[in-house]
Design a protein around this ligand. Structure first.
Ligand SMILES: [Zn+2]
Length: 115
């Protein structure tokens, strides 16, 4: 399950950042996940609970911002929303587009306490 590996990586980063900030306990975490990642938010939540148990992040609230997919047409410059992975420009019908959003996968922010 690819969500497990994703959360494992995020927990490692979270742990490092919390330590750097002198945090003892993480109370909430906000993730940004682009739709192109093909990640199931529910699976992320389950994996997060599993990894957080017995750690600095146990019981932390997890917020997930799902980022929609947008692209810019290389032919006419139109920025359009991409539905169902169909990269077809809404302006000219071309299919040569550059992805603007939808590939996000990172910790946007987190709240922690020092005691
Ligand atoms: Zn176009």
């Amino acid at each position: 399950m690819h969500e497990t590996a994703v959360v494992e990586g995020l927990m490692r980063i979270l742990g490092e950042q919390a330590k750097k900030n002198g945090a003892v306990r993480v109370v909430s975490v906000r993730l940004k996940i682009g739709r192109l990642r093909g990640i199931d938010s529910r699976q992320i939540r389950l994996a997060f609970e599993m990894f957080a148990e017995g750690t600095f992040a146990e019981g932390a609230r997890l917020d997930i911002d799902e980022v929609g997919v947008t692209a810019r047409c290389r032919d006419c410059g139109t920025v359009f929303e991409v539905a169902n992975y169909r990269f077809v420009c809404s302006g000219c019908g071309g299919s040569d587009a550059e992805v603007l959003t939808g590939r996000e996968l990172h910790i946007e922010s987190f709240e922690a306490t020092r005691g």
